[in-house]
Ligand binder design. Structure first.
Ligand code: NIG
Ligand code: FE
Length: 412
């Protein structure tokens, strides 16, 4: 039986609390233990307390001295597009010259250009690039990510991406929760309604049969998938036993939040344009909002989602990177914390709750990860600062000191 004792955390940010997503005031309660420690046995948290309490039972344990640094549960990034080929440097430069995301997409850049590169890439190449991305996440203190397909847009290419995720999950310490996003864009070679049928009638049954994804997502937006098309795909997914997430109300308020509420989705993501009607709908159906300020920042837009109204209305908000080559090329959750506090007026404590325990519940993993409590997986990160608020405050500088998954150190 292997044991590890973490001692002398300036703050052991446990996020201990009720066994459900945190809402309202609860989002500000981090259950911090000053001079904290924890004992880990066989990859799980055995006990949590002050350093003095933990010291009593560490005789057989390897000691990790946190040296007065902050210790946090590993970040849980509940919205990423982890597997793709290439990059979008040309889009980036065009935006710098003033073109918009939609103009660039119409001119042959955008999601489609990544689809072409991803289709052309073989398994080994995709896996190698995905491993590089996985390393980035771990170096930022993220130990679990949700990952979406969606740069294949044919049955075979979507399956290829989902299988790469499965392999990545086996070959790296990063935990990956796969989501099928066949409806990310309409492929150039097909009419939209034909593609909707292909996703609903052929792709989804295969994904469900091979158990390649737990969730189904749709990019519900004018010019991508309209409300009716999104409803058709998500309803088919639900019938096959998949749970639902959705890219909604990102560029226009087209009723996406209401649709996600109607379908009983687990999450509604983006929500930059969602108004109070949408917020009420999400609340009544207990859908978790996943807020992605990295894409607002990258696209140089000004409307960040209405986080304050969402939190005050009792929604269990989640923050995520939306890591992707086009609209949010960052794996850094601390960058997202900075954006959330500065532009969405979330407090550092609310932002941390949204990036850990609430994110874990949005992936149906709240009973295993997202907080430092007895019985949970020992997924945690030690940061080179004394106060957790520094994570959101200093930006552009990596503060990760060391990262552990299942009690094993995973960064050099
Ligand atoms: O979440 N909105 C749609 N999908 C991604 C962007 C993907 C891309 O541009 O490659 C997003 O922002
Ligand atoms: Fe996204």
């Amino acid at each position: 039986m292997s044991a590890l004792a973490v001692l002398h955390a300036s703050q052991l940010v446990t996020l201990a609390g009720p066994k459900r997503p945190r809402v309202g005031r609860e989002m500000s309660e981090l259950a911090i233990l000053p001079d904290g420690g924890m004992l880990i046995r066989d990859g799980k948290i055995d006990s949590v307390g002050t350093t003095n309490q933990i010291k009593v039972s560490v005789a057989d344990a390897e000691i990790v001295d946190a040296g007065g640094r902050v210790v946090l549960p590993g970040f849980v990034d509940a919205h990423t597009h982890l597997v793709f080929a290439g990059n979008r440097l040309d889009d980036f430069e065009r935006r710098a010259r003033g073109e918009t995301y939609q103009q660039i997409a119409r001119a042959g850049g955008g999601i489609w250009s990544t689809v072409e590169k991803t289709r052309a890439a073989g398994n080994a190449e995709l896996l190698a690039q995905a491993k590089k991305h996985a390393d980035w996440f771990l170096h930022c203190g993220t130990t679990t990510v949700e990952a979406k397909s969606g740069y294949g847009l044919t049955l075979d290419d979507e399956l290829k991406i989902l299988r790469v995720m499965r392999q990545l999950n086996q070959e790296t310490p990063l935990e990956i929760e796969p989501t099928f996003l066949g409806a990310h864009a309409v492929p150039r070679e097909m009419a939209a309604d034909d593609y909707v049928d292909l996703v609903a009638d052929e792709m989804l049954p295969r994904v469900a049969q091979e158990k390649l994804a737990e969730f189904c997502d749709v990019f519900c937006e004018r010019g991508y998938f309209e409300i009716e098309q999104s409803r058709k795909i998500l309803s088919a997914a639900k019938r096959l036993g998949l749970k639902l997430r959705g890219h909604v109300d990102q560029l226009s308020n087209c009723g996406g939040a209401k649709l996600m509420a109607e379908l009983g989705a687990t999450t509604a993501d983006h929500l930059e344009k969602t108004d109070e009607v949408g917020i009420v709908a999400l609340k009544s159906a207990k859908v978790q909002p996943v807020l992605l300020p990295g894409s607002v920042y990258t696209l140089a837009l000004t409307s960040y989602p209405r986080a304050r109204e969402m939190i005050e209305s009792g929604l269990a908000a989640v923050l995520a990177t939306d890591f992707n080559p086009g609209s949010s090329p960052t794996p850094s959750m601390s960058m997202i914390l900075s954006l959330a506090c500065t532009h969405m007026k979330m407090s550092p404590a609310e932002a941390i709750t949204a990036a850990t325990i609430n994110a874990a519940y949005s992936l149906n993993r709240g009973n295993k990860i997202g907080s430092l409590e007895q019985g949970k997986l020992a997924n945690f990160a030690i940061f080179d600062c004394e106060d957790y608020r520094e994570l959101a405050y200093w930006f552009g500088i990596p503060q990760t000191h060391s990262v552990y998954v299942g009690g094993e150190r995973v960064n050099a």
